[in-house]
Design a binder for this molecule. Sequence first.
Ligand SMILES: Cc1cc2nc3c(=O)[nH]c(=O)nc-3n(C[C@H](O)[C@H](O)[C@H](O)COP(=O)(O)OP(=O)(O)OC[C@H]3O[C@@H](n4cnc5c(N)ncnc54)[C@H](O)[C@@H]3O)c2cc1C
Length: 360
Amino acid sequence: VERFEWQRRWASDLASHGWAGPAWPREWGGMGLPLSDQVAYHEEMAHARLPGHPSSSVNIIGPTLIRHGTDEQRRRFLTPMLAADEIWCQGFSEPDAGSDLPSLTTRATRADDIYILTGHKVWTTNAMRADWMFALVRTGDQQARERGLTYLLVDMHAPGVEVRRLRDITGGYHFGEVFLTDVAVPATRRVGDEGDGWRIARTSLGLERSTAFVGNTIRYQRIMGELCDLAVTTGRSRDPILRQRLARLETMARLGAINGSRTVEHALRHGEVGPTSSVTRLLHSLLEQEIHEVAMDVIGAAGMLGRQDPGAVQGGRWVWGFLQTRASTIGAGTSEIQRNTIAEQVLGLPHEPATQKGAG
Ligand SMILES: Cc1cc2nc3c(=O)[nH]c(=O)nc-3n(C[C@H](O)[C@H](O)[C@H](O)COP(=O)(O)OP(=O)(O)OC[C@H]3O[C@@H](n4cnc5c(N)ncnc54)[C@H](O)[C@@H]3O)c2cc1C
């Protein structure tokens, strides 16, 4: 909670000085920087070890509204979003719809100038703190799959919205479930046309996705250095197997950095991010998992001690990271789905055969 509030104040400070949203147009409170300067911005922020926005889904909903929202929506939402005066969450996944999102069943029924919303979202990061949720909901037939989806902005304080927090493997509460019972959403809160939600969700992310890797690259370089120091201080650095594993991790980190540059290059040339961003995402999620697996091996039995335990190594940070990064290959698209994307869109391999549900 403390860290969240600190991040919130930091976001507010940045916004009040005009130093937030490097990719956002100036008229909406951003900096309007060209892509190459955005890269420099993220590098400097990462070198200074400064945190990101308290609600990372802002990087999704912000560009979505800039590109597809109405003027009224942009005026109403963008400035408080950037300054973290209002917190947002993403309501896409449901208990029976994650990778296969087009099968989602949360229903929005139109009645005059409102939609009545009923359904159940899950794994919603920051749901407990959010003021607003951007959600994909079903307005068309179930059989229409992605063609029957609409993009709505839902007031999390409206009657009929109930949030239950979910405990994760670290013992913390970072996400929750959202139950929606006859929630009234004004039609003016629809983004784009009815039935066009899938296209909007897929095309909304904008070029800044290509610069998102920069901060991570610098962060991994730092953590790799800390992991090597750990191997030295625990007397494990002469172990040839461990040295091989460290070399493999360093190679992955450098490949991630090189591929990230390739994505920026693609964005600069073609004006869109391109599918190689899936390679960077996959590499980064595997890398952060493996770094912590190696750290746990280096520490040995003491690696099981958490923050509160006397004798915990470096305040239990490695075990916390080990547990926390279990989710890295699931959230925002599993690594299997990333591999499918790479196979089909980067390598040009045939599409996977349709599953019973229809793989979309
Ligand atoms: C930390 C975290 C934060 C999250 N935050 C949010 C959030 O804020 N908002 C939100 O909407 N969702 C969020 N999610 C949910 C996340 O998007 C889903 O968990 C993810 O899309 C996978 O869906 P699922 O859990 O239903 O698994 P499933 O889709 O049921 O997948 C189960 C397994 O089957 C595999 N699989 C499925 N389909 C295929 C296929 N076609 N080919 C090969 N393998 C396949 C998967 O890779 C996985 O291993 C979050 C998840 C995590 C872990």
